[in-house]
Design a protein around this ligand. Sequence first.
Ligand code: ATP
Length: 358
Amino acid sequence: MAQCLDIDGSILEGGGQILRISISLSAILGIPVRVMNIRAKRSKPGLAAQHLKGIQLVADMCQAKLKGASIGSTEIEFTPGKIRGGHYVADTQTAGSISLLLQVALPCALMADGPVTLDLKGGTNADMAPQIDYMDKVLRPVLQKFNANFSLKIHRRGYFPRGGGHVTVDVTPVRQLQSALIMERGDLLSVKGLSFVAGTLPIKLAYQMADGARQELGQFPNVNINCYKEDRHMAPDNCSGIVLWCETSSGCVLGGDALGRRGTDAHTAGAQAAGALRAALLSRACIDAHMQDQVIIYMALAEGRSAINTGEVTLHTKTAMHIAELIAKSKFTIQPEGDLNIIECTGLGLINKNIPTE
Ligand SMILES: Nc1ncnc2c1ncn2[C@@H]1O[C@H](COP(=O)(O)OP(=O)(O)OP(=O)(O)O)[C@@H](O)[C@H]1O
């Protein structure tokens, strides 16, 4: 077993993402890690429910030894074993994000020795995290370019503060991730979206969010936003939100999303989601700002050179690159090109020996 690597959780972004990417890479590469100063830059440092359940999920998947993992803990040690296929369950028991449980577990599931089913419980549409619909409509097609495939089924929606959402994700592991060149934006084909309300909130809020989004996206063709109210069995609690995604002729998929807020005009949530997408489209970036940090681990593990043309590089992305360089030793570069930046990496080309050559 390799020597234990110390990771400082307070560097750069200093949030939960450092922990997730460290644990995923530790499990995949078989490198024990000690993560210290966990979420040191947050107002309430240490592990919250989503982080704790996420690392326990990965520990389960690879029969890791996990020390120091409890709510509020600022230091953990993770000694991974072999990643096994099978059925795993994680429940944040709060509105802690299901998407972020998936963010830590998905790269590991792709390197398991057999098919993986994840039953994930918590928040489906939570703040400061991708909405589950973003994972399905934006992350999924982007990851397909890396030969990383998954399917997801939403059984029940969970919102702040109660959570209670339930999503099943099926993952077929791969022998090797492939590199991706996401460099040509192409022409915009269409913008699609969903604008929802749930619980006792009136459907008019969904229409107002969609109106706010359409106004912001006025200059683009084929904007089609589906407004609806969630079935009360599927989503008993109150919430509203909007998720937008677009496709281009070269196969780029970009998104933008927002949740409605009590006391804030619903138009504003729509305009916020659309504003993020509009800015990315006008800059001719090939992925949106939130996708950047989420693809770094796949670039680090894939075979060969990946390159992605994107907007301003976020602190989350620089943080993910730093951790990937530290644990996986993959080298990243950022090359400015006018208003855009090309993120490049020659990946490890990790081979999952349990999966036969196709
Ligand atoms: N609106 C959004 N749409 C899509 N992805 C998002 C959105 N907001 C945040 N994300 C993504 O969710 C992840 C959030 O990571 P981050 O470390 O900030 O959160 P966290 O684990 O909840 O920890 P912390 O509370 O410490 O910030 C990042 O991958 C980020 O890109």
